[in-house]
Write a protein that binds this ligand. Structure first.
Ligand code: ADP
Ligand code: MG
Length: 728
């Protein structure tokens, strides 16, 4: 009885909520530890402040002298807040954030010491980071990479370290992180969207992509989580019989937040606010012990940084409350998994949300322009968008009847559908004054500022318009949002460039007014992007059939989906837009496809270990008890023992059957794994793991879960679903 499971359960019985006090008004806590505009104004010379602002707004270079000034003020600010170290903070392709702390402290001649931090240290560093994934970009001769300051994301103090957000690139210039291509994509969408927005308002000179993510997660008692090798090593349960009560009563969703969890959330929110992450919403999600947190949306690069930072903060705060936070997309079979909705829009420097309808026909034509161009971009690059969210863990979620299918489609609601239907009939060429008035008053002018459809949103769509933004719902909960955001902003930028070209050409060719040209081009886009629009049930089988007819992609597994990352059109797109060159595209693909195999390899190993070394021995132990029991009964009752011990004997046999199956299946799985491991081609290996190794997971699990139901609960070594999901 002294298994780790029971010791863990014992610990959970004595847990008390760790009460968290409010440290002050939240508005006052906000951004206390961020070297933001306000702090810069206070601590920097006007010259230095202006230089940073120019760098942020116009991408202007900062010269070394100014960088020294900035570093000096940053250091003084950080020291005044108790910081002892500084670090370049970046997002390598491992998925986690990276930091390497250096002390400000430096000895000086004569035995004393001082705090030092200069412009050089602020702007560029060369961490010995040769072990980060690089997909072949950095060979051993050129193993160096460097980090460079990203002034658009403000420095912050985390713990006692001043963290400076940076990009991470190879000396040869190729991106080694998530941020570099994202920044390039954001720059492109800014340029392209500004040019188009100028059709409607000459004062627009900058467009920011905005992102509001919603992070779903599970909170599991730390001791219970540690008692399970699968949770510890893979972030999910590889086996476990479902709990009698799961989510079927829907009593967790939006329910009262459990006290221990509420204190965790309070702690987390206050810590996040101090770091400038504008957390706003918290609630229970559908599955037991599943929750969600959402901030107020921000400029996309900052929002991506904040999501990465938040995930890190969450892990640490969870520990303080004896929880383990699970970000995995599908930690438990039979209950909902987790996603990370990416709400996305475009905002101008003049304060207009380009995806929000407005009060005037002109504003609404602008809205429609960006709206339709986005749909067209998704239509043309749906496969690449699908690839941007592919991962071994997200495969469990997509298409599993609780999350969007692996087919990308756009939902826009009935009101806007009928607007597009009408626009499709706009006369070709010059539009008569009467038609133009009619269009402006009765079609475009009739789009209400607030769309009714907001309320009956289609929850089954992977890419839904939700009134004033698009919501990309297929993003996985473990994902770095940069992946999806790089693709989305790149394809929209590309589309807007095309649009501008076409409209300008149309004006020249047909000598018509700008509005005529816009209506004409939009009409063709509406026709050309019909295939991607789908208003029905995305979870239904009928949709798969229909999507196939429409020739939409439906890649259910990561190795299939990832191919789009290195397809000709993708490389062409990325090169043309200056986001990544062919080497960078291929390197990233290589990293992701390898990661896929590695994750499956780890899961397969863990499964083999748990089933053979935990489940089977436990089953044998229990079987021996039964055998002793039968022997005893035989001693007492002689030949009539067979009727008395009937149940026990059936169980004994049944246990043997399951044990035999487990051992057999695990052996076969290991054989396949060996074959896979021997493959040097990473593509082949990934497909092999996907098609030959993975199918054993469910088969092995089936027999283990059956045994869980048979074996004496007192002997079972692994924390059970009911314990993991209902201890709070
Ligand atoms: P839910 O999807 O849970 O019903 P909402 O649709 O209200 O919730 O989405 C809220 C999310 O959308 C928030 O994270 C919010 O920050 C984000 N959001 C709202 N407006 C925008 C915008 N213009 N750009 C990006 N994100 C936005
Ligand atoms: Mg949402």
């Amino acid at each position: 009885m002294s298994t780790i499971r029971f010791r863990a359960l014992e610990q959970t019985l004595h847990r008390k909520p760790i009460l968290v006090e409010e440290k002050g008004r939240r508005s006052e806590l906000f951004a206390q530890n961020v070297f933001n505009e306000q702090a810069m104004r206070k601590h920097m010379t006007k010259e230095a402040y202006n230089a940073v602002q120019n760098a942020i707004e116009l991408g202007a270079k900062i010269d070394r002298g100014i960088a020294d000034q900035i570093a000096l003020s940053m250091k003084e600010w950080a020291l005044s807040k108790g910081a002892t170290h500084y670090t370049h903070w970046f997002q390598p392709l491992t998925g986690a954030t990276a930091e390497k702390h250096d002390a400000f402290f430096e000895p000086i001649d004569g035995g004393g010491a001082m705090e030092r931090f200069d412009g050089g240290q602020l702007v560029q560093q060369e961490p010995d980071a040769s072990s980060f994934p690089h997909g072949g970009i950095r060979n051993t001769f050129e193993a160096r990479g460097y980090t460079a300051w990203d002034p658009t994301s403000p420095a912050f103090i985390y713990g006692t370290a001043l963290c400076i957000p940076t990009v991470f690139v190879a000396y040869t210039g190729e991106a080694l992180d998530y941020k570099t291509p994202l920044l390039r994509a954001l720059h492109e969408v800014d340029k392209a969207a500004t040019a188009v927005a100028k059709y409607f308002d000459k004062n627009v000179n900058k467009v920011n992509a905005t992102l509001g993510w919603e992070q779903e997660y599970f909170l599991i008692d730390m001791a219970l989580a540690k008692s399970r090798p699968d949770i510890s090593l893979t972030g999910r349960t590889l086996l476990g019989h479902s709990s009698a009560k799961g989510q079927q009563l829907d009593d967790h969703y939006f329910g009262t937040i459990p006290t221990r969890v509420l204190n965790f959330m309070r702690d987390l929110e206050q810590e996040s606010l101090v770091l400038g992450i504008p957390v706003k919403t918290r609630h229970n999600e559908v599955a037991p012990n599943q929750f969600e947190l959402a901030p107020i949306f921000e400029e996309a690069n900052l929002a991506v940084d904040h999501n990465s930072l938040l995930m890190d903060v969450m892990k640490k705060v969870a520990e303080r409350h004896s929880f383990k936070v699970l970000f995995h997309e599908k930690p438990f079979d039979g209950v909902n998994g987790s996603g990370k909705h990416n709400n996305w829009s475009l905002a101008t420097n003049t304060g207009v949300n380009l995806l929000s309808p407005g009060k005037t026909p002109m504003r609404n034509l602008e809205f429609l322009t960006f709206f339709i161009n986005t749909i067209k971009a998704v239509n043309d690059y749906e496969e690449l968008l699908r690839a941007s969210i592919a991962s071994a863990s997200n495969d469990h979620r997509l298409g599993a009847n609780e999350a969007p299918p692996a087919i990308i489609s756009v939902f826009i609601g009935s009101q806007l559908s009928s607007v597009l239907d009408e626009l499709e009939n706009v006369t070709k060429g010059k539009i008569s004054p009467k038609e133009m008035t009619d269009l402006k008053l009765n079609v475009v002018g009739k789009i209400p500022e607030i769309l009714l459809d907001n309320t009956d949103r289609n929850r089954t769509s992977p890419f839904a318009f939700t009134g004033n933004k698009f919501e990309f719902r297929a993003v996985g909960s473990t994902a770095n949002c940069a992946n999806a955001m790089t693709v989305l902003n790149t394809i929209v930028a590309k589309q807007l460039i095309e649009f501008k070209k076409e409209v300008d050409a149309y004006i020249d060719k047909h000598s018509v007014k700008k509005d005529d040209a816009i209506f004409n081009v939009l009409r063709e886009y509406i026709k050309a992007s019909k295939n991607i629009r789908f208003e029905g049930n995305g979870y239904g089988k009928e949709w798969e059939t229909e999507a196939k007819k429409r020739k939409l992609s439906n890649h259910k597994t990561t190795p299939e989906a990832l191919q789009a990352k290195i397809s000709k059109p993708t490389i062409q797109l990325y090169e043309e837009m200056g986001i990544m060159n062919e080497v960078e595209c291929k390197a990233r693909y290589e990293i992701e496809i390898e990661e896929y195999s590695l994750r499956l390899q780890i899961e397969s190993r863990v499964l083999a270990d748990i089933s053979r070394n935990h489940v089977v021995p436990t089953a044998i132990k229990y079987q021996n008890i039964l055998v002793d029991n039968v022997k005893g009964l035989k001693e007492i009752y002689g030949t009539s023992f067979k009727t008395i011990a009937k149940e026990q004997m059936t169980l004994i046999e049944s246990i043997s059957e399951h044990i035999e199956k487990i051992n057999h299946l695990v052996s076969l799985m290991i054989e396949e794994r060996k074959k896979g491991n021997a493959m040097s081609n990473s593509d082949k290996k990934a497909f092999h793991y996907c098609n030959k190794v993975k199918p054993y997971f469910d088969k092995v699990r089936y027999h283990c879960d059956k045994l869980e139901l048979m074996v004496d609960d007192n002997l079972w070594p692994l924390a059970k679903y009911r314990e993991l999901l209902f201890t709070r």
